[in-house]
Design a protein around this ligand. Structure first.
Ligand SMILES: Nc1ncnc2c1ncn2[C@@H]1O[C@H](COP(=O)(O)OP(=O)(O)OP(=O)(O)O)[C@@H](O)[C@H]1O
Length: 277
């Protein structure tokens, strides 16, 4: 599909304006997960999960290995469907529509919900082409518009100053921390509504980790962020709400201060004080 300049501008405008419709924002809930159950074959991976994700907040998902954190995150963009043996029941209402309903296409969902993975995974392309990839798929070919999107996204991911003079160099030449911010910029280039992050700093050194954490704080002004982390200090530092998962269940979900200072459930207290996990 080739668009003329006027059409491209209108595509850009619709991508930029669509996700943040105020009429969508009943009670500021972005995702409302209702009685979600998930099975991998016979294994009951998520059990009656009820969880609301709020707009312009950072929501942390914590819990010991194998408790279902990544599984839950991957239901929010339906990536979990890539596993053929997966079955789900319940609802995940995103902006007032159930995304588990077959009429909701994955393609539509992925224009709204971006994802950043544990290991930085830039494409083996130039920095510029990494960022322009998504917009090009959406039909944007005009160089000036792509230039603007690339700069805005790299600025948004706090890496513009570091890469602006080498946009045509391969992204693989960057450090791990820089690559992760390129991946975040790539995510921003499609103007998502929500950003899902699956342990985005676990492969990074402490300084890069700090930069990504600062970035997450900045990004929540414009996006809603759900972050899976093993690092409880990180959850305490950067999230507004925290959900503690155990064996596929949400044991406790509350404001992060409450979870870390006055948890209601003994199992939460035991976990955050390092007694297990
Ligand atoms: N593709 C799969 N097929 C079968 N079982 C799976 C699959 N992926 C995950 N599981 C199982 O589902 C449960 C939850 O896994 P999940 O990866 O969501 O946990 P997690 O809390 O993210 O763990 P970790 O912190 O180790 O990444 C585990 O028992 C895991 O073995």
């Amino acid at each position: 599909m080739v668009l003329d300049l006027q059409e491209e501008k209108s595509v850009v405008k619709s991508i930029q304006t669509a996700p943040k419709l105020s009429a969508d924002v009943a009670k500021n809930i972005v995702y409302d997960t209702r009685n979600l159950n998930l099975w991998y074959g016979d294994h009951h991976g998520l059990k009656d999960v009820n969880l609301s994700i709020y707009e312009n907040e950072v929501t942390a998902i914590i819990g010991p290995s194998g408790c279902g954190k990544s599984t839950y995150l991957k239901t929010l963009n339906r990536m979990v469907e890539l596993v053929p043996i997966v079955r789900t029941s319940g609802e995940i209402v995103y902006r007032e529509r159930n995304i588990l309903d077959k009429s909701y296409t994955v393609e539509e969902l992925r224009t709204r919900v971006g994802m950043v993975f544990q290991k930085p995974n830039p494409f083996p392309k130039s920095i510029y082409d990494n960022i322009a990839y998504g917009p090009r798929i959406h039909g944007i070919k005009n160089k000036k518009i792509l230039d603007e999107i690339v700069e805005k996204s790299l600025r948004g991911a706090a890496i513009w100053d570091e890469v602006k003079d080498r946009l045509n160099q391969n992204a693989y030449g960057l450090s791990g921390g820089q690559q992760q911010r390129i991946c975040i910029a790539r995510c921003l280039a499609i103007e998502p509504d929500v950003i899902l992050m699956d342990e985005p700093t676990s492969a990074l050194d402490p300084i890069s980790t700090l930069k990504v954490e600062e970035l997450v704080q900045e990004l929540k002004k414009d996006y809603s962020i759900v972050i899976v982390t093993h690092n409880m200090q990180q959850a305490a530092r950067i999230s507004d709400r925290t959900a503690f998962f155990l064996s596929g269940e949400v044991v406790e979900y509350d404001k992060t201060d409450v979870i870390f200072q006055t948890p209601a459930d003994q199992r939460t207290e035991d976990y955050i004080s390092g007694r297990f996990g």
